[in-house]
Design a protein around this ligand. Structure first.
Ligand code: AMP
Length: 249
């Protein structure tokens, strides 16, 4: 069984992002970039399926600038077998990403495409769903548990108010939620080994995909600053403030 894992290079989740003064986006100059955390969870799950003898090959794919090769290397160091970098300096929106992934899926014939539920830079939460639609494959989104048996995937999904388990006929698209697993750190020997694993470099045009943006970002703004809290002397004062100032009771 082959698993395709798309991994996106995004601003590291520890970085406090700053909006550019002209409000066109966030400042990426000299900012630490890493693999999107939900993609790390997808790589980890694919490796666990390989360790269980369910999967035989894991292919990590990234669409982005030449530095996205580092993101693929991280996936290879964790345990993926080979990589495909679809190199472009353009901003690639989820629909174009999904179209490229569809073309790669048609070429590679994986049994599962295992993606993150969302990329933490633009929070789109669209690529997996769009890919499933383009492929006309079943999808299990927000997975907190994945079990593969007899050509089927049982995916437990985190839904509002509980868990839902769906059975998908393979091939299928699965997207990962936070509680699916805790990704491993790559060991030094595996980082060294990953340097010898193959990465193919392609361009969006190789897959016949036009990546021109379909969306226009009008404005990006900082969230409102939180005001400092105050200490109250008594319960009576707290109740009075909640009633008269905050107007919440
Ligand atoms: P999004 O729909 O942008 O929130 O992203 C959801 C998931 O789609 C990510 O966690 C990745 O698995 C995949 N994905 C999105 N953009 C890319 C990209 N440029 N390269 C590789 N995978 C991507």
């Amino acid at each position: 069984m082959k698993i395709l894992v798309p991994v996106k290079r995004v601003v590291d989740y520890n970085v406090k992002v700053r909006v550019k003064p002209d409000q066109t986006g966030v400042d990426l100059a000299n900012v630490k970039m890493s693999m999107n955390p939900f993609c790390e969870i997808a790589v980890e799950e694919a490796i666990r399926l390989k360790e269980k003898g369910v999967a035989t090959e894991i292919i990590a794919v990234s669409i982005g600038p030449v530095q996205a090769q580092e993101t693929i290397r991280t996936a290879l160091a964790m345990g993926a077998d080979r990589g495909i970098l679809v190199q472009t300096d353009d901003t690639v929106e989820p629909l174009a990403v999904a179209k490229i992934l569809k073309a790669i899926t048609d070429e590679e014939n994986p049994d599962i495409v295992l993606l993150g539920k969302q990329a933490i830079d633009d929070d789109s939460n669209q690529t997996g769903q769009m890919l499933a639609a383009l492929l006309d494959w079943p999808q299990g989104t927000f997975a907190s548990e994945v079990a593969i048996t007899d050509g089927k995937a049982n995916v437990t999904r985190e839904v509002d108010g509980g868990l839902q388990t769906v059975a998908l006929q393979l091939p299928a698209v699965i997207t990962t939620d936070l509680r699916l697993n805790e990704p491993r750190y790559a060991s030094l020997p595996n980082i060294m080994k990953a340097k010898r694993k193959p990465i193919d470099t392609k361009a969006p045009a190789d897959y016949g995909v036009d990546t021109a943006p379909r969306l226009e970002v009008l404005k990006v703004t900082e969230p409102p600053k939180r005001e400092a809290g105050i200490k109250v002397e008594s319960v009576a004062e707290l109740v009075a403030k909640l009633k008269d100032e905050a107007g919440v009771i």
